[in-house]
Ligand binder design. Structure first.
Ligand SMILES: C[S@@+](CC[C@H](N)C(=O)[O-])C[C@H]1O[C@@H](n2cnc3c(N)ncnc32)[C@H](O)[C@@H]1O
Length: 326
């Protein structure tokens, strides 16, 4: 890694050379080099496409909606776990001027260098958003020194949920909160989750990420773990969080009901179809809120939040949001 241009811009809790032998880090380190000429807007769009797969407006909508329904109003010193391109930190800082500083912690040095640093500087939030190459299981921050933690699609990358959440609890001040916007399973069997986690990536996938086509890499080895909602909630409880609550963002389309029905078909029958990877949605839990939302245009039904998405959006159809108070 050429480091001169990044000198002073990144905090290294881990040196890139310490990470060279981590298969996990290497499998995720293939990012575009943006050194070629490109307008700032194009570059920003490209970073979003490559790292969060959604548009900036959609991210803002997600942050505003989750914050509204969880009353998560960050201020002071914060941490973003597994920050990737740091878009969440950047936008949180823009939305909440009360945020003084946020450490955007990412384990893949190339992502920090080629995505987080450019995004932070192009948004001129470098005084507040501090990109860190580090491990969210071992954060170089004092006990009880942090006012809030946020994560977006990163906690499921943890190889040890208890450890990651315990480490978060350690650095949070008493009464401070952690907001997790992630994916979760509700009732998918361990067998099915193993099946998903043990799926080996195709040659095409490996080559597109700069890996040799003979590399044996499973989804779990690449950080794609299939945790149950109850596993997240248990981990928060075990780590000493005093209160944990959750909501579920859902686009109440009938296609969700269709997916739910398809997910009840055994996965071996769906094996070579586009429905192999769909989430196991428990129909009995979804049908009532979806019908209520559609019939009465309700914004909220219990824990379910009506969260429509554009037809062209690559965004999830549903997302779990956990708010935990230490
Ligand atoms: C799916 S990405 C989400 C990135 C970002 N939150 C976003 O939404 O764009 C998960 C990120 O977590 C990072 N990550 C995984 N394990 C980590 C760890 N132990 N410490 C820090 N970052 C980690 C990955 O490298 C990856 O960039």
């Amino acid at each position: 890694m050429k480091s001169d241009k990044n000198k002073g811009k990144v905090i290294y809790w881990l040196q890139p050379k310490e990470l060279l032998n981590f298969v996990y880090v290497h499998s995720r380190s293939f990012v575009s080099d943006f050194s070629k000429q490109m307008s700032a807007k194009d570059r920003e769009n490209q970073i979003y496409r490559e790292h969060i797969y959604i548009e900036k407006d959609e991210l803002l909508e997600i942050l505003k909606t989750t914050n509204k329904h969880t009353e998560f109003s960050p201020s002071g010193i914060g941490v973003e776990l597994g920050s990737g391109c740091a878009a969440i930190s950047v936008e949180l800082t823009n939305l909440y001027p009360e945020v003084e500083k946020i450490f955007a912690i990412e384990i893949v040095p190339e992502i920090v260098k080629y995505a987080a640093v450019p995004l932070i500087y192009m948004n001129m939030v470098e005084e507040k958003v501090k990109p860190v190459v580090g491990n969210f299981d071992d954060m170089k921050l004092e006990n009880e020194s942090v006012d809030f933690i946020i994560e977006f699609d990163s906690l499921h990358h943890s190889f040890n949920l208890d450890k990651t959440i315990r480490e978060s609890a350690r650095i949070l001040k008493p009464g401070a909160r952690l907001l997790a916007i992630d994916r979760s399973h509700w009732s998918t069997s361990r067998k099915r989750r193993d099946e998903l986690e043990n799926t080996v990536y195709s040659e095409e996938f490996l080559i597109a990420r700069g890996l040799h086509k003979t590399t044996h890499l499973t989804r779990a080895e690449n950080g794609e773990h299939e945790y149950l909602l109850s596993e997240y909630l248990d981990a928060f409880k075990k780590a000493g969080f005093s209160r944990t609550d959750w909501i579920f963002l859902i686009d109440p389309k009938f296609s969700v009901i269709k997916q739910s029905l398809i997910s009840a078909v055994p996965s071996r029958i769906r094996k070579n179809t586009k429905y192999y990877y769909i989430q196991t949605w428990p129909l009995r839990k979804l049908i009532f809120p979806i019908i209520m939302m559609r019939m009465f245009n309700l914004i909220k039904v219990g824990r379910y939040i009506n969260f429509p998405r554009d037809i062209k959006s690559k965004r999830f159809q549903a997302k779990t949001v956990i708010i935990a108070t230490k």
